[in-house]
Design a protein around this ligand. Structure first.
Ligand SMILES: *[C@@H]1O[C@H](CO)[C@@H](O)[C@H](O)[C@H]1NC(C)=O
Ligand SMILES: *[C@@H]1O[C@H](CO)[C@@H](O)[C@H](O)[C@H]1NC(C)=O
Ligand SMILES: *[C@@H]1O[C@H](CO)[C@@H](O)[C@H](O)[C@H]1NC(C)=O
Length: 374
């Protein structure tokens, strides 16, 4: 039997106990896991693996990532709208997932805007359980303004590493560091020091010329890596070699001997390298559909170490198509290994055919398997 006095005591204690339980429960789950969208809350934990060899994969579509070869991927760069399922999946495979970010060029010289922007990125990364950021600014910067880009990257890295010492901050640069042609007068030395590694965009090299040329010639890749090493003092551990999983389709105004395809200069030079006008980018999956219809079959340029073929379109015009396939990519991965680079990556992982068609499955597997050369 419970006396009236006991009841009074209990009625005082129970809410207190209830409050205590609530606090304990709250303390145990908040703040990291309270908002975790993963079925397994441990998948919201950030990746703590120390610096390692990298396979950096850019995700640009939200439909294929379940079919990637996750045994190879160490980091995914999220070029799509945030998909919590992708985050959970990447973490479940031990891979980092980083936000692709572009700092507005108009605010480059504005330190207050920079600070505000960095705080915004950190808050975003925290709420989405992201492991860092990949800078893809790609705009012109004068030599006088180069230090602003370094400050941006340095302060971003500091802000991220303050709450996550294992955060990864990376920066995309053209495969050949350049000030004059592309106007990207970055301080490559200081940038490499400020971030975890540079992602070398080793593609779009020769698309602006008067003749069709390869997207990613091996000699130019080597030239860029040598420049970064020798002129800018960037260590190999700070370079990830990014290769294209796409090619360039060039309609020929005239096909000269030795497969020299003259392209329409008027159209091509209007927007170099972006695949507008007469020269267009084409994904590996679509190249593989065109190859059987080619008039030449797969040809291989010893000079550039790149495959190509010619085909005629419906109107009868000859096209020359330069691309990369498992054999040519293996040469590039092999080079990255020989140079002891930090890693390799591709733009982009969604260029392949992830359907259940047996031939496509074979071609897609061969593309992923070629990475083993690294
Ligand atoms: C530049 O910074 C200001 C102040 O933080 C901000 O209001 C503005 O939106 C920024 N500009 C761009 C282009 O993002
Ligand atoms: C090149 O493109 C321009 C613009 O469309 C066109 O006027 C011209 O006839 C083309 N030249 C050739 C040789 O096809
Ligand atoms: C793809 O098919 C070819 C020929 O049918 C075969 O030699 C090759 O081993 C296959 N590759 C893969 C990755 O399955």
């Amino acid at each position: 039997m419970v006396s009236g006095r006991h009841l009074r005591v209990l009625s005082g204690i129970l809410p207190a106990l209830w409050l205590l339980c609530l606090c304990l429960r709250h303390g145990a789950t908040a703040p990291v896991e309270a908002d975790c969208p993963c079925t397994d809350p441990s998948q919201c934990e950030l990746i703590t693996t120390p610096p390692r060899k990298e396979l950096f994969a850019f995700v640009v579509e939200d439909s294929n990532w379940q079919k990637y070869d996750w045994s190879k991927i160490t980091t995914v760069g999220m070029f799509i709208k945030y998909d919590p399922k992708l985050m959970c999946h990447a973490h479940s495979k031990g891979a980092r997932i980083v936000l692709a970010v572009v700092y507005p060029a108009a605010n480059l010289t504005n330190p207050a805007a920079r600070t505000a922007w960095i705080q915004q990125q950190v808050a975003q990364a925290k709420s989405w359980h992201m492991d860092g950021v990949n800078f893809d600014i790609e705009y012109e910067v004068s030599t006088e303004h180069a230090h602003y880009v370094v400050d941006l990257v340095k302060e971003t890295a500091q802000a991220f590493k303050a709450y996550n010492p294992n955060a990864q901050i990376t920066f995309d640069i053209a495969g050949v560091p350049d000030c004059f042609l592309l106007g990207r007068c970055y301080d490559y030395t200081a940038l490499a020091e400020a971030c975890d590694f540079l992602f070398l965009m080793d593609y779009d090299f020769l698309a602006a010329g008067p003749v069709a040329l390869p997207n990613s010639p091996l000699s130019v890749i080597k030239f860029g890596v040598d420049l970064l090493k020798v002129v800018y003092g960037v260590p190999s551990s700070k370079m990830v070699l990014g290769v294209p999983w796409y090619g360039y389709d060039c309609p020929c105004v005239e096909l000269l001997p030795d497969d020299v395809c003259l392209v329409n200069r008027t159209l091509t030079l209007s927007k170099p390298g972006v695949g507008s006008g007469s020269v267009t980018q084409i994904q590996y999956k679509d190249i593989m559909k065109l190859l059987p219809k080619s008039s030449t079959g797969r040809l291989f340029s010893e000079l550039f170490q790149s495959p190509y073929f010619n085909y005629k379109d419906a109107s009868g015009q000859t096209h020359e198509l330069w691309y990369d396939d498992p054999a040519s990519l293996a040469l590039r991965y092999d080079y990255a290994r020989a140079e002891d680079l930090r890693g390799v990556g591709m733009f982009e992982a969604d260029s392949l055919d992830y359907s259940n068609d047996p031939l496509a499955m074979n071609q897609t597997k061969a593309m992923w398997d070629a990475i083993d050369k690294f």
